[in-house]
Design a protein around this ligand. Sequence first.
Ligand code: TRP
Length: 335
Amino acid sequence: MSAEQKKIIFSGIQPTGVITIGNYIGAIKNWTKLQDDYNCLFCAVDMHSITVRQDPALLRKRARDLLTMYIAAGLDPEKNIMYYQSHVSGHAELAWILNCFTYMGELNRMTQFKEKSAKHGSNINAGLFTYPVLMAADILLYQTDLVPVGHDQKQHLELAREIATRFNNVYGDVFTVPEPYIAKVGAKIMSLQEPTKKMSKSDENPNGYISLMDEPNVIIKKIKRAVTDSDREVTYSESKPGVKNLIDIYSCVTSESIESSIDRFVGKGYGELKQVVGEAIVEELKPVQERFKDLQKNKDYIDSIIKKNGETANYLATKTLRKAQKKVGFPVRIR
Ligand code: TRP
């Protein structure tokens, strides 16, 4: 298929907290399977991150680490556009326009806003409120066809579709209305300490997640400490979320089917399960960690990727932005 015929995929991760195997299994690893069949943009959405206070130096480092990790995990920077959101000013400019096509009532209904404003009660800023509009701008700027998102972002994607349709109804076909991309495989990875909650990179308890940069002994230890239940024998069911989560992780990191992963462990003891799962994670992450460390040392290479990909993203974003600006009545630039 030629590049022009391929559908466009856009996704992003916030450079906050450490990158976990949840991000890896739930997002990055799946993305590597898309890169040949789609035109993909993978963004480090640093502008979203400042809706919650961040340490500036740390935010900068984490954004760079995130893009480096995309490459280390197997995303080819020649095939995919991987860049910083803050390097492409079109995101903010389109977000402003879209703000004027989004209703307060719609934003008020967003579950994530309600959760985050409960959690960050002393800093309920306007950015937190309009976060989904910036996300809509991210997606619509690139005429995105498909957006791989987890369950927690479905509501935001639905809103992006709503905004795009509303705008198109007034001005004609300006934006592609994006669809969610549902991965064929890949379970939702839960916290190791509270297996009914999603594994989070901002978890205060590091035993709840496995960082992509955790050393092998740390990984083994964290899996050993993972919360299971007072039973002893492995079964795979919703009523045993901790055990189920470990089997899901195993299946994802080994790419072994879930059925055969279940067969492997059913009836075995928890000790054996944890040992095998821990080793499987170490095995999967080893080459990624090695590549990451090598890439980190190669400053010029990473800089050149960031520059080149940022320019490409900017070129594509500007095309859509100019269209939208013209439609709403901003004066055309004289060149
Ligand atoms: N809000 C997303 C999250 O927290 C990150 C994100 C920002 C995103 N812009 C996006 C995801 C556009 C997909 C598409 O997970």
